[in-house]
Design a protein around this ligand. Structure first.
Ligand SMILES: [Mg+2]
Length: 227
């Protein structure tokens, strides 16, 4: 018998919230407001570039906005102003996922320990949680900037497991979309893992996850096993 799963830990972006869709909406609004008059690009092309440079939120924000200014000089963009605007505007494009939130509410009603472990800026990640209705649900949220270390650093997994109150990592499942930061990091730490595919193949050079899913709501089957 494999060790039972007694707690769950979740990545935030592109796991509990569809960050890619949110960023695409954000970039499309930006195009409409600032770039649509330019002859040098189309909406599809500009939005695709912005989404690619975002790297699912993993690229450096300052460098990313400098690239925008460089790419479209006619628009006279100021990278610093873009960063400030991003910090206030991005949350408006985050949408709650009712299927995800229903599953998390069920974890709470069954008293199954769980929490969120996310890499990023403390304020932005808490604001995103609020926008998605997760702040009301999550027993705890660990943000890398506040913790002082980022996934896949084992210390952030240690902190998270401590907060679940479960002693052994093998009884905890980590759910995330980033093969290295989430899945490999959690696996190295001895946890069970569920990878959110998003239409991709898991990298060959890493140990495969225990589970591959398309959406977090699929975990309901797993959860039913231990309630
Ligand atoms: Mg993610």
């Amino acid at each position: 018998m494999p060790p039972p799963i007694k707690a769950l830990l979740f990545d935030l972006d592109n796991t509990l919230i569809d960050r890619e869709a949110a960023f695409t909406r954000f970039a499309t609004c930006f195009y409409e407001d600032n770039l649509s008059a330019l002859k040098s690009t189309t909406r599809e092309e500009a939005v695709a570039k912005m989404v690619a440079w975002d790297q699912d939120g993993y690229s450096d924000r300052g460098a990313m906005f400098a690239k925008w200014a460089q790419e479209w000089p006619e628009a006279r963009l100021d990278p610093e102003k873009l960063l400030t605007w991003y910090r206030t505007e991005m949350k408006n494009h985050v949408q709650r996922d009712n299927d995800v939130n229903a599953l998390l509410a069920d974890l709470n009603s069954h008293r199954i320990p769980w929490g969120i472990v996310t890499n990023g800026n403390t304020t932005s990640q808490h604001v995103a949680c609020r926008a998605a209705g997760l702040d009301q649900l999550a027993p705890f949220v660990i943000v890398s900037q506040q913790a002082g270390y980022r996934k896949p650093d084992p210390r952030i997994f240690r902190d998270a497991i401590d907060q679940t109150g479960i002693e052994s990592p093998e009884n905890v499942m980590f759910v995330g979309d980033n093969p290295r930061a989430d899945i490999d990091g959690a696996k190295q730490f001895g946890m069970k893992t569920a990878w959110v595919r998003r239409g991709r193949q898991f990298p060959d050079d890493l140990q495969p996850p225990d589970l591959e899913i398309d959406h977090v709501a699929e975990l309901r089957d797993i959860v039913n096993l231990f309630v």
